[in-house]
Write a protein that binds this ligand. Structure first.
Ligand code: NAD
Ligand code: UDP
Ligand code: UDP
Length: 338
């Protein structure tokens, strides 16, 4: 097939290692680890739309084949079941490294952030690919500075229940910068703030998915603690735009990618009531340990250097995930994953 020929020329296999200049701009080969997950699958959609050749590596720990099923059969798309904790040999131009058990229910005891990131950096080094790490606002811990600027070093408990995630991502950032400085690989770091949208895991315990699923199931919305803690919620298409601008741009980062509109959990519950069910009840539950009190990104750096800012408000974005959640909760004849 024609696409295969082009791929071979890119990797240099077709002409004894000489990559023809100029060809690279025609079609990029992009690896998305965690590409069957929530954010990853939306990113894959955009890359496929752009005409790239996309390889997804995912162990389906929290991701689902359904999220990328619409690309199966396309010669530019490849899906590999693989755990990034194990080494892998591939030839690509860019690596978006998203693989990570991203919710408190899933991330405990998992070395993906450290060992998986090391392997993907080793891969990037061997093939000279550009590497983008999806880090998290959790690197700021329970922040003593508000809103959080990229230069803030954070307030993280190294031995708490959330530590393997926070500290895992902090270590992943360190490894990324070490490979950049030591091995000269091109890297990009995104610090992602709370993101929501279609294809979010329904039962992984995050607040937006919990509230939306609860409202649809006519169950009470579970507000933890007094509900006065804040978060800033970003719609997934805004994040994907930011990730792609970061990858294509010239700046290493780290960059905060998030929506600066801040809501308390009680305010979020009110928006969910407005959008889905005005009769939904609110039920208070004890909060989890080490829950950050406030979180809101300062996105000045991304605005200035990436010319990026979110455009979808919570009231516009929430309804966009309701159709997908309804289908997945109550059954869906058309298998439409949104
Ligand atoms: P997700 O759970 O939907 O996606 C993660 C994907 O990685 C899943 O498909 C999962 O199966 C896969 N995966 C996990 N461990 C793996 C392993 N060892 N090998 C191969 N694949 C593996 O979560 P998401 O929300 O899409 O998050 C994507 C990335 O963005 C993560 O790195 C996460 O830390 C980061 N992030 C997300 C948010 C958010 O609000 N969604 C916030 C901050 C950071
Ligand atoms: N690695 C990989 N694919 C590659 C190259 C490396 O998975 O194409 C893994 C490799 O197995 C190692 C990690 O990446 O565990 C770091 O590789 P690097 O070459 O930087 O370190 P070294 O192997 O020299 O310790
Ligand atoms: N939360 C809540 N009800 C829920 C789930 C979470 O009130 O059903 C709260 C949680 O205590 C936290 C906030 O919502 O203060 C965001 O939690 P999430 O797990 O979504 O994201 P993170 O804590 O990682 O920002």
């Amino acid at each position: 097939a024609r696409s295969d020929d082009v791929d071979d020329q890119f990797s240099g296999r077709a002409n004894g290692g000489r990559v023809p200049l100029g060809l690279k701009t025609k079609r990029l080969r992009v690896l998305v680890t965690g590409g069957a997950g929530f954010v990853g699958s939306h990113l894959v959609d955009r890359l496929m739309e752009r005409g790239d050749s996309v390889i997804v590596v995912d162990n389906f720990f929290t991701g689902r084949k359904e999220n990328v099923v619409h690309h199966l059969g396309n010669p530019r798309f490849e899906l590999i079941r693989h755990d990034v904790v194990e080494p892998i040999l591939l030839e690509v131009d860019q690596i978006y490294h998203l693989a990570c058990p991203a919710s408190p229910v899933h991330y405990k005891f998992n070395p993906t952030n450290v060992v998986g990131t090391l392997n993907m950096l080793g891969l990037a080094k061997r093939i000279g690919a550009r590497f983008l790490l999806t880090s998290t606002s959790e690197v700021y811990g329970d922040p003593l500075q508000h809103p959080q600027v990229e230069t803030y070093w954070g307030n993280v408990n190294p031995i708490g229940v959330r530590s393997c995630y926070d500290e895992g991502k902090r270590t992943a950032e360190t490894l990324t910068m070490d490979y950049h400085r030591g091995a000269g690989i091109e890297v990009r770091i995104a610090r992602i703030f709370n993101t929501y949208g279609p294809r979010m895991c329904i039962d992984d315990g995050r607040v937006v998915s919990n509230f939306v699923a609860q409202a649809l199931r006519k169950e009470p919305l579970t507000v933890y603690g007094d509900g006065k803690q804040t978060r800033s919620f970003q719609y997934v298409s805004d994040l994907v735009e930011g990730l792609m601008r970061l990858m294509e741009g010239e700046h290493v980062g780290p960059f905060n990618l998030g929506n600066p509109s801040e809501f308390t959990m009680l305010e979020l519950a009110k928006v969910v009531q407005e959008v889905i069910d005005p009769n939904a009840k609110i039920e208070f539950r004890p909060n989890t340990e080490d829950d950050p009190h406030k979180r809101k990104p300062d996105i000045t750096k991304a605005q200035q250097l990436l010319d990026w800012e979110p455009v979808v408000s919570l009231r516009k974005g929430l309804p966009l995930m309701v159709t997908d959640f309804k289908h997945r909760i109550f059954g869906n004849p058309r298998e439409d994953t949104g």
